[in-house]
Ligand binder design. Structure first.
Ligand code: ADP
Ligand code: MG
Length: 247
């Protein structure tokens, strides 16, 4: 546990050790994304959003409102066309492609609606693959994956293929994969969208537990029950982001 915490602290400083620590995990200022075309699509209109370290925030909006566009920006999978995005106090516009990839691998965990597991790899192998960037040692990858699966209570299913797991179990494997590199920020795009209410509730419990360990959680959802569990909600409608609950 101690070594895990130490690793996390080191990672929190890298690769931005020269910058001052920020209160904000995420800070958007006038951040927008327009997709080119005729006419262009203003998927995210200039948005301001500050998310403190350790916060748990829901982004709610109907289909096509810009939720995934926002998540892709937050996850460094895309770049804003206007404004700035500061991640842990560091302007992401200054990061090289290599640094963006490193941050995605080490500091950000992703959970998607459709799990995105490799079907011919066991649960353990799926989780261990996320460690390829972290260590060349296969045994170390397996040990970390096993610990992450224990965190999501799936030790007994670690050698199963995703095809024989229930939807809820698959999403828990995906969460273990997102966790295995001890991220600071967890980004979830409709994590309960393919689950029945019982499994959705267990995924929500898990997100809350992770948040309680200090991980900043941003969850995109159209489900009011999911949004109600977060500390804060923002809505997005036709690309306009609006705060619902004051921080
Ligand atoms: P949501 O996740 O809320 O359903 P998206 O962020 O996926 O919404 O999409 C927001 C808007 O941007 C939609 O009108 C969608 O059609 C458009 N859009 C998304 N991705 C692209 C793209 N790569 N090129 C052009 N338009 C896009
Ligand atoms: Mg979407």
């Amino acid at each position: 546990m101690i070594s895990r915490l130490r690793t996390r602290r080191l990672r929190r400083n890298a690769p931005t050790s020269e910058s001052t620590p920020s209160k904000w995990a995420v800070e958007l200022s006038g951040c927008a994304r327009t997709y080119p075309g005729v006419p262009p699509v203003e998927a995210l209109r200039p948005a301001n959003l500050s998310v403190a370290h350790g916060d748990y925030i829901a982004v709610v909006g109907p289909s096509g409102s810009g939720k995934s566009t926002l998540l892709n920006l937050l996850g460094l999978l895309d770049r804003p066309t206007a404004g700035t995005y500061q991640l842990a106090g560091h302007n992401t516009a200054d990061l090289s492609e290599r640094e963006r990839t490193a941050i995605r691998g080490h500091r950000i965990g992703f959970v998607f609606q459709s799990f995105h597991l490799l079907p011919h790899r066991t649960a353990l192998e799926n989780v261990a693959l996320a460690q390829l960037y972290v260590t060349p040692r296969r045994a170390a990858r397996s040990a970390a994956a096993s610990a992450a699966l224990q965190q999501v209570s799936l030790t007994h299913r670690q050698h199963a293929l995703p095809t024989v797991l229930s939807g809820g179990e698959r999403q828990r494997v995906a969460i273990a994969r997102a966790l295995v590199n001890t991220p600071d920020l967890l980004l979830c795009d409709e994590p309960t969208g393919n689950l029945d209410s019982t499994n959705a509730a267990s995924v929500m419990d898990l997100l809350e537990e992770l948040n309680a360990t200090g991980v900043t959680v941003i969850v995109i959802t159209h489900d009011p029950a999911v949004a109600a569990r977060a500390h804060r909600s923002v809505t997005i409608l036709d690309g306009h982001l609006t705060e619902v609950t004051a921080p």
